[in-house]
Design a protein around this ligand. Structure first.
Ligand code: AMP
Length: 491
C-alpha cells in the first residue's frame, strides 16, 4: 500500500483516523468513483471470531439492512478481506454530539431537539424489531446540519460482548448508560433497556455530567440498580418528571416511547435551528393538545417515504448480503460447516409457509409445530443419528423480500444435505428467487453497488404484506429481544 494514499479495494481512498471503538478503527474515506465522503469502520475479523461473535455479527449485519431512518447512520456497503470486515458508513461531519457538552451543557430547548431525534430513531428501530443495547455518547454523531445520527444500530453483538465482563468496562468505557437489568444479566427487554440509556443521555445533555457516577465500579452499579441520582436545581419540573419516569429501575413500569412522547417536557415545541415556532404549534401547546415538532414532522415524512420505497432503495449492502458474489455467510461459516440452507424469495410470508406445508405433506415430513414464525419439521423415520429434524424460519428484509433459512436441529448432516439436494430444493424451486451460496442472478454492477435503482423494480406491487407483518417481522423480533448467550470473552 502507498504510504500517502491508501486505497481500499480499488473503491475508497482512506484518509484520517476518525475514532476508535472496542473492535474497530474508523477512518475517513472517499468514494473514488463519486467523490462522496464516507466513514470506513474496520473490524478485525480474527478478534471477533476469537470470542465467537461471527454468527451474531452476520445476522446483525443483515438486520442493519432493515434500518433506514434520517437519524440512523446509514450503512452503504459491507466488504471483507481475509482479515478484516469493512463497513462503509455515512460520514458524520459534525463528530460526536458529546463534544458539544465539553464546551458547556445544553439548554433544555437545545437538548429537546436532539432528544426528539434520538427518540424518533429509537422508536423507528424498535418498530422493526431492532434494538441498540449500547446507546452511549460515542454512538451519537452529528451531520453537517446538526442532525443527530445514531450509529451502530443493529450491531449489538459487539456491544454485548464488551458487557460480558465488568473488567472490559474499565478499559473500554463505563457502564454509565446501561440499564440495571442489563448489568444484572437477567433476561431483558431490548426496548426498555434502550429507553433507559436515552434517559441517561438526556440527563447528561442538560446537566453536563452523568446521573450515575462513582470511581468505584461496584458503587456505580449499586447507584444504577437503585436509580440513585439527583437532578441539578435548574432542571424544569417537567424534565425532572420525565427523567423520573425513564430512569425507573423496574423495566415493567419504566416509560415506553409513547409515554415519553406524551410527556409535557417532550411536547414542548422545538425551535428548529433557531427558526420561529409556528403559531399553530404554540396554540396546540397552550390548549394542551399533542404537538409534533417540526423536526419530527420532517423526519416522519422522510421515514414514510423511505419505508414506502424500501425495495426501490435496496442498496449495495442489501445486494451484498443477499447475493453470493459477496455472500458474507460464506465468509463467516468456513469454520463451522453448514447446517443451514438459505434462499431469498419474493413471496409473502403466508405463501412461503403454505409452500413449506405443501412440500412437507408431499415428502411425508411431520410438522411438529409453528411458533414465532418458525416451522419445525421432522423426517418420518429414524436416520443414522436419530430423527432428522430441521427448522424453517422466515426473515423479512423488506415487505416483499424474505430470507428463508432451513436449519438442521437434529440428525445426520449427510442425510440432511441429501434431503435438501434431492427433495427440498427441487420442490421449492418455484418460490425461490436465489439460493444463498450459489451464483446469483444479479449483474455484477448491482453487487458492486454502482446503481441507485432497485434491480427489482416491480417487487413491491407483487406481494403486499399486511401492515402488521410489515411492522413486526416476528423472527427478527424474537432474536433481538433475547440477549445473546453469555459467553466469556477470552481476552
Ligand atoms: P465506533 O466504533 O462506532 O464507536 O466509532 C468510534 C468513533 O469513531 C466514534 O466515537 C466517532 O468519533 C468516530 N466515528 C464513527 N463513525 C463515524 C462516522 N460515520 N462519521 C464520523 N465519525 C465517526
Amino acid at each position: 500500500m502507498d504510504e500517502r494514499r491508501t486505497i481500499l479495494m480499488d473503491r475508497y481512498e482512506i484518509g484520517r483516523h476518525l475514532g476508535q471503538g472496542n473492535f474497530a478503527k474508523v477512518y475517513y474515506g472517499r468514494n473514488l468513483a463519486t467523490g462522496q465522503a464516507v466513514a470506513i469502520k474496520m473490524i478485525d475479523k480474527e478478534k471477533v471470531s476469537r470470542i465467537g461473535l461471527i454468527v451474531q455479527i452476520k445476522r446483525e449485519i443483515s438486520i442493519m439492512g432493515l434500518v433506514r431512518h434520517p437519524n440512523v447512520l446509514k450503512l452503504f456497503e459491507v466488504m471483507a478481506s481475509k482479515s478484516k470486515i469493512y463497513f462503509v458508513l455515512e460520514y458524520a461531519k459534525g463528530g460526536e454530539l458529546f463534544n458539544k457538552i465539553t464546551k458547556g451543557k445544553l439548554s433544555e430547548d437545545a437538548a429537546r431537539r436532539y432528544f426528539h431525534q434520538l427518540i424518533s430513531a429509537v422508536d423507528y428501530c424498535h418498530s422493526r424489531g431492532v434494538y441498540h443495547r449500547d446507546l452511549k455518547p460515542e454512538n451519537l454523531l452529528l451531520d453537517e446540519n446538526e442532525n443527530l445520527k445514531v450509529s451502530d444500530f443493529g450491531l449489538s453483538a459487539l456491544a454485548e460482548s464488551t458487557r460480558q465482563d465488568g473488567l472490559l468496562h474499565t478499559t473500554c468505557g463505563t457502564p454509565a448508560y446501561v440499564a440495571p437489568e442489563v448489568l444484572s444479566r437477567r433476561g431483558y427487554d431490548g426496548a426498555k433497556a434502550d429507553i433507559w440509556s436515552c434517559g441517561v443521555i438526556l440527563f447528561v445533555l442538560v446537566a453536563g455530567f452523568l446521573p450515575f457516577h462513582d470511581t468505584n465500579l461496584i458503587e456505580m452499579y449499586r447507584k444504577i440498580s437503585r436509580a440513585e441520582y439527583r437532578c441539578p436545581r435548574p432542571f424544569s419540573v417537567e424534565l425532572k418528571d420525565l427523567l423520573y419516569k425513564i430512569l425507573d429501575p423496574d423495566p415493567s413500569t419504566r416509560a415506553s416511547v409513547s409515554r415519553i412522547k406524551r410527556s409535557a417536557w417532550y411536547r414542548k415545541p422545538v425551535d428548529v435551528n433557531g427558526l420561529k415556532i409556528k403559531q399553530e404549534t404554540r396554540d396546540k401547546v397552550q390548549k394542551g393538545e399533542p404537538t409534533t415538532s417540526e423536526s419530527t414532522e420532517g423526519i416522519n415524512a422522510e421515514v414514510n417515504q423511505e419505508a414506502s420505497s424500501s425495495l426501490t432503495n435496496l442498496n449495495a449492502f442489501d445486494i451484498i448480503s443477499l447475493s453470493t458474489g459477496f455472500d458474507l455467510s460464506n465468509l463467516f461459516e468456513e469454520k463451522y460447516g453448514r447446517r443451514e440452507v438459505r434462499f431469498t424469495t419474493r413471496q409473502p410470508a403466508e405463501a412461503i409457509f403454505a409452500k413449506l406445508n405443501e412440500v412437507a405433506k408431499k415428502l411425508k415430513l411431520k410438522i411438529k409445530k409453528k411458533e414465532n414464525g418458525v416451522l419445525k419439521l421432522a423426517a418420518p423415520k429414524e436416520g443414522m443419528k436419530g430423527i432428522l429434524e430441521f427448522d424453517a424460519e422466515v426473515f423479512e428484509f423488506a415487505p416483499s423480500l424474505h430470507l428463508v433459512e432451513l436449519k438442521k436441529t437434529n440428525g445426520d448432516t449427510i442425510e440432511y444435505k441429501q434431503l435438501m439436494k434431492d427433495e427440498i430444493r427441487p420442490a421449492l424451486k418455484d418460490v425461490v428467487w436465489a439460493w444463498q451460496g450459489e451464483s446469483h442472478p444479479l449483474p455484477e454492477k448491482f453487487i458492486r453497488g454502482e446503481q441507485q435503482q432497485s434491480p427489482l423494480p416491480s417487487l413491491q406491487q407483487q406481494s403486499p404484506l399486511s401492515s402488521q407483518q410489515q411492522q413486526s417481522p416476528l423472527p427478527l423480533q424474537q432474536h433481538q429481544q433475547s440477549p445473546l448467550p453469555s459467553q466469556q470473552p477470552q481476552e
